[in-house]
Design a protein around this ligand. Structure first.
Ligand SMILES: Cc1cc2nc3c(=O)[nH]c(=O)nc-3n(C[C@H](O)[C@H](O)[C@H](O)COP(=O)(O)O)c2cc1C
Length: 185
């Protein structure tokens, strides 16, 4: 499978990264696949300027790190999103990347995939799942989502995902499901 992982967090090995690792175990390990990782906070990705140049079908005219993301995203069978909640939505670096994907937004580039969303949050996770369900149902892809609270309101303490084994198992199970779906075709 061609797997693209979009790490929306700045935390290497943080909550969403940990869920992604369990997912990758579920698909038999990333080395079994053509797996490409992007961490937008460490990449040179400009904001979409809504210039409209992409409407001609020639892609985005901004020459930056998105030019590596476009072909990988387009040919991906599986797109994994690590999305910590920031003010009720995805992090700004992940949003910037998605804004730029507007240049290739079509069933051709977005369809036929399995999108996997890992949301971590302290108190609320707002509209992320709804957003991805809407996008995937429009383009003819599947949506697999797992939301995980990483805060205990009773103690007022953060709960690292690493001590929530049932969530890690669920992430791994999603990996196994996606692998089975793609193998069956
Ligand atoms: C700037 C900022 C904004 C945040 N906004 C929210 C929010 O709106 N809702 C929420 O439940 N958690 C919010 N959080 C908490 C993070 O989503 C949570 O700690 C998450 O587990 C971090 O995942 P990571 O380790 O993968 O980065 C926010 C954290 C930061 C730093």
């Amino acid at each position: 499978m061609n797997v693209v992982v979009l790490h929306g967090s700045a935390h290497i090995g943080g909550d969403t990264d940990t869920l992604i690792s369990s997912f990758l175990e579920g698909i038999g390990g990333e080395a079994e696949h053509n797996t490409v990782h992007f961490r937008p906070i460490d990449m040179n990705i400009a904001h979409c300027r809504a210039c409209g140049e992409c409407l001609s079908g020639g892609g985005c005219v901004i020459d930056d790190a998105m030019q590596q993301v476009y072909p990988a995203f387009s040919k991906a069978d599986v797109v994994v999103l690590g999305a910590p909640m920031f003010w009720g939505y995805m992090t700004s670096q992940l949003k910037t990347l998605f804004d730029r994907l507007e240049a290739i937004v079509s069933r051709e580039h977005f369809g036929g995939k399995d999108f996997v969303l890992f949301v971590t949050y302290r108190s609320f996770y707002g509209s992320m799942v709804e957003w991805l369900q809407r996008v995937t149902s429009w383009c003819g892809s599947r949506c697999h989502a797992l939301t995980c609270q990483t805060f205990d309101p009773e103690t007022g303490r953060d709960v690292p995902i690493a001590v929530l084994p049932e969530k890690l198992r669920k992430a791994e199970t999603i990996g196994q499901e996606v692998l089975r779906i793609r193998e069956v075709g």
